[in-house]
Design a protein around this ligand. Structure first.
Ligand code: AP5
Ligand code: MG
Length: 228
């Protein structure tokens, strides 16, 4: 049985384009735990033309959430893999109260719980600008931005050399709808985690490096207090 003390689970919460994926990748690497992005898992399934991927894409391409039963099962399977023995950074999951409850149950089964929920806050006016110029890598979902984080070679991922593309759901109209869906279905989780005393608001309206610095302070603080 995995000891609770050695598992570090963080949920990165925030609207579409807040920088969850950008930050989760860096923090996960620094902490030596995997980043689990439900969006990346869906896109990987779509790339492999699995039944799950094809079904999920009907919702993703129009900016709707994928139904809870599909999403929860997929993340549950991912969290149960051995590389999550020391924990994980969850990016984009949970996104509904039912998913939050399912996550609590999943973690409780192994005797652990979420450490902290960094909520990356960014004004809505910035989100469309961020997403309309985002470039995503086909292989591993590395994220770039034409202005704020340009790749070294245009159209090519710095990390694995794969092609960079614009996500179909990053069209301005779809982004607007995703923000509405976020406000309606995911925003209640801010209150949910706040009431449990594990929500920490992070100012996402700073440079990428400054946001990373704030997040690193947070995850290191937690580690020290866990030990003490
Ligand atoms: P998902 O892929 O999770 O998309 P999202 O939550 O809408 O979030 P994004 O990935 O768009 O934004 P992000 O916060 O990761 O920002 P990023 O770091 O890329 O989900 C896609 C779809 O899958 C959903 O719409 C839904 O259909 C489905 N889905 C996924 N999970 C689900 C779930 N749990 N339940 C149901 N359905 C689910 O940054 C954005 C851009 O900004 C980048 O270009 C980046 O370089 C730039 N940037 C980042 N930080 C900064 C900064 N500080 N300053 C300037 N630019 C910055
Ligand atoms: Mg993302």
């Amino acid at each position: 049985m995995i000891e609770k003390e050695v598992r570090d689970f963080y949920v990165f919460l925030g609207p579409p384009g807040a920088g969850k994926g950008t930050q989760a990748k860096v923090i996960a690497q620094k902490k030596g735990v995997p980043q689990i992005s439900s969006g990346d898992l869906f896109r990987e399934n779509l790339k492999n033309q699995t039944e799950l991927g094809i079904r999920a894409n009907q919702f993703i391409k129009v900016g709707e959430l994928v139904p809870d039963d599909i999403t929860i099962g997929m993340v549950e399977e991912r969290i149960s893999r051995t590389d999550c023995a020391a924990g994980a950074i969850l990016d984009g999951f949970p996104r509904t109260p039912a998913q939050a409850k399912a996550l609590d149950d999943m973690l409780e089964e192994t005797g652990c719980k979420i450490n902290q929920v960094p909520y990356i806050a960014v004004p809505e006016s910035k989100l469309i600008e961020r997403l309309s110029a985002r470039l995503t890598c086909r292989a591993e979902g590395h994220v770039f931005h034409k202005k704020y984080k340009p790749p070294k070679v245009a159209g090519v991922c710095d990390f694995d050399g794969s092609e960079l593309y614009q996500r179909e759901d990053d069209q301005p109209e779809t982004v607007k709808h995703r923000i509405q869906v976020y406000e309606q279905l995911t925003r209640p989780l801010v209150e949910y985690y706040h009431e449990r005393g594990i929500l920490i608001e992070i100012n996402g309206n700073q440079s990428i490096d400054e946001v990373t610095e704030d997040l690193m302070k947070l995850v290191n603080e937690v580690k020290e207090s866990d030990v003490g």
